[in-house]
Design a protein around this ligand. Structure first.
Ligand SMILES: CC(=O)N[C@@H](CCC[C@H](N)C(=O)O)C(=O)O
Length: 381
């Protein structure tokens, strides 16, 4: 089994080569090298031309009653790292700012244990591309990567949590993460000279008004006792200070703990965009993309069992955690295959997606210990 020191070295090396969704070729090659150095007796490795950066590893069990799936995401974010680490990202403008380097390392720690100590049940490790965008989990499922001997009967996966103590496992019954829908708004105005606003239709002014009105959806339309989010994270408009912009593009994300909430916010976005277009005599195109980012619904029976183990194991710290508005395309996989998503505390000074996100590496070995214990316990049932 990979030692704690080796796992930390692996995490740091993965941290240095972050890659965006569906471009994870160096990461996949690195993972393959680590896996090739493990005992191979029980392992079968699978890749697919249908999703080239995905990687699956099956561990043959000794007396299998079921196939247990364990999923980790492998992609990174377009964030410029500000951590001042000796092992910081070597890919300009890209960073493991959501901790997928830690997720992968924990998965490798587990895999290395079971490559050495044959599990009772069959195991399938799924190194999934494109969690942050492009719905890699959905792509893998829809393109048949999780079929035949690689089809789990039940599925587990974690996400790191910056505010939980390092190594603490967090979970709850029911919905753990929100469903999300990407939203794109394109404002078509009329460009012109900055000195003659009366001859143009300024897309930047329209965008400003639109953003402020969109804010009223959560503030004034969503039931305050329910949960909804609408964030516009990117605006693109204009070329130079003395030209009125004829077009503006807004990109954002809608979140809700239920599908109904997501549909409701989408409908209000359409209505407000139509109203703003009328007010300013512009055209506004609205489009949504939910992909596989369904609300993450934990299976009641499997999750009760998971929580029971984590609460009673003497070497695990466990906290019940409320739902979060983060999204996860593991929600799609859990809609197809029952299972449990849970948190691993990493006690970071910076939050998820922040340039100073810096997980405490003590979480890695603690995470491996807790999850390995759970998987071994599950195989006795
Ligand atoms: C854990 C996490 O941060 N996940 C992402 C998932 C993104 C979903 C989609 N691209 C969107 O932006 O709606 C998140 O931002 O929560």
């Amino acid at each position: 089994m990979l030692t704690e020191a080796k796992l930390i070295q692996i995490r740091r090396q993965l941290h240095q080569i972050p890659e965006l969704a569906l471009q994870e070729t160096m990461t996949q090659a690195y993972l393959k090298r680590v896996i090739a150095a493990l005992p191979q007796t029980y392992l079968t490795v699978k890749t697919s031309a249908d999703l080239p950066t995905a990687l699956l590893v099956r561990v043959a069990g000794s007396q299998p009653q079921r196939t247990i799936g364990y999923r980790t995401d492998i992609d990174a974010l377009p964030v410029t790292e500000h951590n001042g680490l000796a092992f910081q990202s070597t890919h300009p403008g890209i960073m493991h700012a959501c901790g997928h380097d830690v997720h992968m390392t924990v998965a490798l720690g587990l895999l290395s244990y079971f490559a050495d100590q044959q599990p009772r049940d069959d195991l399938v490790f799924f190194f999934q591309p494109a969690e942050e965008s492009e719905s890699g989990g959905k792509l893998a499922y829809d393109r048949g990567l999780l079929t035949g001997k690689f089809r789990p009967d039940e599925f587990y996966g974690l996400h790191d949590h910056p505010d939980l103590p390092a190594g603490t496992i967090g979970c709850q019954l029911g919905t753990l993460f929100a469903g999300t829908s990407e939203v794109n708004l394109i404002i078509h105005g009329t460009s012109g000279h900055a000195a003659f606003p009366q001859k143009a239709n300024d897309a930047i002014v329209i965008a400003a008004s639109l953003v402020m009105q969109l804010q009223t959806i959560v503030a004034r339309n969503v039931d305050p006792t329910a949960c909804g989010v609408l964030t516009i994270g990117k605006i693109t408009a204009g070329t130079i200070r003395n030209v009125i912009a004829g077009e503006a593009r807004l990109e954002g994300t809608i979140r809700g703990l239920t599908q109904d909430m997501i549909s409701f916010i989408q409908q209000r976005v359409r209505e407000i965009a139509a109203g703003v277009a009328l007010t300013y005599q512009a055209r506004i195109d609205v489009s949504f993309n939910q992909g596989g980012y369904y609300p993450v619904e934990n299976d009641p029976t499997l999750t009760t069992n998971f929580i029971r183990y984590m609460q009673t194991a003497t070497d695990v710290d466990f906290q019940t955690t409320p739902p979060a508005m983060t999204g996860e395309d593991f929600g799609y996989l859990l809609a197809k295959i029952p299972g449990t998503m849970f948190w691993l505390g990493v006690d970071s000074p910076g939050g998820l997606h922040a340039a100073n996100f810096q997980p405490n590496e003590a979480s890695i070995f603690k995470g491996v210990t807790a999850i390995r214990g759970f998987l071994c316990d599950r195989m006795t049932q």
